[in-house]
Design a protein around this ligand. Structure first.
Ligand SMILES: [Zn+2]
Length: 478
């Protein structure tokens, strides 16, 4: 397609050249000058077609691509071009192969990620400079990734790869792996989706070079991708399934003659530092035994996505590329107003939860599934921190009483009691709760239990926050 466009462009330039020649011949006749020459025609360059992608996958760590590889193998069979961006090089976690850890391990994992993509034929792979963050808080991950710098780089890569479709983690917090870094990848990808088409965002990226060997202005083009789809990092599927297209991974690839789940597995096997023992086990098995084991592990389940948004219309469960035609579409900035909470004094949940509420509004994603009440899985005998915004829109300082209702054996360690909020102030505070022990040690997890924080001012309720907390033997993602 690009080649055809180029041929047409060259053809048009040739016509301009002939016209120029005729004009100059005419002018020469008029001037009666025998040696006038045709003006030279400069052929303008296009963006580098080798980096144009149909799909841009944005994930956090080496091996996260596995969330989409079965679909990517199918898309590549259909002639789609794929590029991948990782937020980090994966310096956290164990090493199943050698002694390398931390940044030494990250250097190895970068190569493993490139090779894993290589099994699918994907070579356009980039890494942001984020560091692995052990935890579930997206705001901490974004801070650890240098949010602004990472976003600038991702916007650059969207403009460079000009994807029709972006695939990424669903930005939200749930019971599940719920890795803060996975969420950060989803947040950044959504932000880049909404910013890359705006010529006023990082304008140095879209400015044309002004001098030969230009070192500052990048010569990229603004680019608005057409659709964004998410895969959730949650354990539950009930609120997500059916909110986007679904693909069988059992179909046979026309290029490899194997089912698509197998492409995903063969890409995963490359991540030796993370899965050498698993890969070694597979090496000793024949195809039939592998298929049996993988089916039991859920590798052959359908692959499904949640539609974030489509700027080219269509139904929620339409195939990913339905309605997409090549070529740019217009950029439009959507209006967004942050509503103040109602009431003179109001206490609301802060931290990642209020961020995601506002994020969904800012990016026209209010339809995105999210658990209500908010839920979180935490390790037994650790601390639950409930961050709060305390807003006083009156002209006098106000006293607020914070109280809690907790499961048996859980105790408030700080934050409850009387707090004073200044006139016309929004102040932050937090309630800290020491979590009890698991009641079912064998199972390794308890049913989620409700934690309630109530806020009262002047004898009236000014806020009630409920959170579902599931205790686990081990919960912190690595
Ligand atoms: Zn990950």
């Amino acid at each position: 397609m690009v080649t055809r466009m180029k041929q047409r462009l060259v053809g048009e330039l040739a016509v301009v050249a002939i016209c120029g020649l005729l004009m100059s011949v005419g002018a020469a006749r008029g001037q009666n000058s025998p040696d006038a020459k045709a003006p030279a025609v400069v052929e303008l360059r296009d963006p580098d077609a080798r980096y144009k992608a149909d799909i841009l996958l944005v994930v956090a760590h080496p091996d996260d691509e596995g969330a989409a590889t079965a679909y990517l193998a199918r898309a590549i069979d259909e002639g789609k071009r794929v590029a991948v961006v990782y937020g980090t090089r994966g310096g956290n976690g164990g090493n199943e192969v050698g002694t390398e850890q931390a940044s030494g391990l990250a250097a190895i994992r970068e190569i493993e990620a490139r090779r894993a993509n290589g099994t699918l034929g994907i070579t356009n792979v980039w890494f942001l400079d984020g560091k692995d963050t052990a935890g579930q808080d997206v705001l901490v991950s974004l801070a650890n990734w240098q949010h602004g710098a990472a976003l600038e780089q991702l916007v650059r890569l969207v403009r460079l790869t000009r994807p029709e479709v972006v695939l990424t983690f669903l930005p939200g917090t749930f019971i599940g792996e719920d890795h803060g870094d996975h969420q950060a990848a989803g947040v950044l990808a959504t932000e880049a989706f909404d910013l890359a088409g705006d010529p006023t965002v990082f304008p140095n990226q879209v400015a044309e070079p002004l001098i030969r060997l230009e070192a500052y202005l990048e010569g990229l083009r603004p680019w608005q991708p057409k659709k964004i789809f998410y895969f959730p990092d949650a354990e539950r599927e009930d609120i997500f399934k059916g909110k986007g297209p679904s693909y069988s991974v059992k179909e046979i690839s026309k290029s490899t003659k194997k089912p698509y789940w197998r492409a995903s597995l063969d890409a995963f096997r490359v991540h030796q530092t993370q899965a050498k023992s698993f890969a070694d086990r597979l090496d000793k098995m024949d195809d039939a035994a592998i298929e049996k084991m993988m089916a039991a592990d859920g590798w052959s389940n359908d692959q499904w996505f949640v539609l974030g948004k489509s700027l080219v219309g269509g139904a929620v469960t339409d195939p990913i590329f339905a309605g997409i035609e090549s070529g740019p579409i217009a950029f439009r900035r959507a209006a967004f107003t942050v509503e103040a909470p109602k009431g003179e004094v109001a206490v609301t949940l802060a931290g990642p939860w209020s961020f995601y509420d506002e994020f969904r509004q800012a990016h026209q994603l209010t339809h995105l599934p999210h658990p209500e009440p908010p839920e979180i899985a935490l390790q037994e005998n650790t601390t639950l921190i409930i961050p709060l915004w305390m807003r006083n829109s009156t002209s006098e300082a106000r006293e607020v009483i914070l109280s809690t209702e907790l499961p048996q054996g859980w105790t408030v360690t700080s934050g409850a009691g009387k707090v004073k909020v200044g006139a016309n102030e929004t102040a932050g505070t937090r309630v800290e709760i020491a979590l009890g022990s698991l009641s079912d040690k064998k199972k390794g997890r308890d049913e989620a239990k409700a934690v309630t924080v109530r806020a009262e001012a002047g004898g009236k309720s000014v806020g009630e926050i409920v959170m579902k907390v599931e205790l686990r033997k081990k919960a912190l993602p690595e």
